[in-house]
Write a new protein. Structure first.
Length: 146
């Protein structure tokens, strides 16, 4: 297969992955917002808090993009900025109680759907798929950092 065919297949795969929805309902959040909320939730589970710069790095976007997203979500009552107790210039991005409840419900639906997918394709194939996707991502990042 020629490199143009490989490139075509990679773009097709990326488009397909972006189009995947793990629920047959209208989510309160788009994919980017869901990723942001997931990162905030994971940090909270580890008793940590995140600032915009950290979120930008985790999501692979600019601080400006995070700022716009946080502003929008703050107006919607999804996130809140909490100033650091020592350095008032630092603001942590946290989920509101309402957002945590919505996120928990939606995450449960996603988990149920994913469990059904795993039942159909088998845990071995699922683990192989995720391992290959991670390896592919790592190699692409390594190659493009030069």
């Amino acid at each position: 297969m020629e490199s143009t065919e490989y490139l075509k297949n990679v773009f097709k795969m990326m488009k397909q992955v972006q189009g995947i929805s793990l629920g047959d309902f209208r989510s309160h959040f788009n994919n980017s917002e869901m990723r942001l909320i997931e990162e905030i939730s994971l940090a909270k589970a580890e008793d940590e808090k995140l600032i915009s710069t950290q979120l930008a790095k985790l999501l692979g976007v600019t601080r400006s993009a995070i700022s716009q997203m946080v502003n929008k979500l703050e107006l919607a009552g999804i996130v809140k900025r909490t100033p650091d107790k020592v350095d008032r210039k630092i603001a942590y991005i946290e989920l509101t109680d309402e957002a945590e409840a919505i996120y928990a419900k939606e995450r449960q639906i996603y988990s149920e759907t994913l469990n059904k997918v795993i039942e159909k394709i088998g845990i071995e194939k699922f683990e192989e798929l995720t391992a290959l996707a991670e390896e592919f991502s790592d190699v692409v990042q390594d190659v493009t950092r030069r």
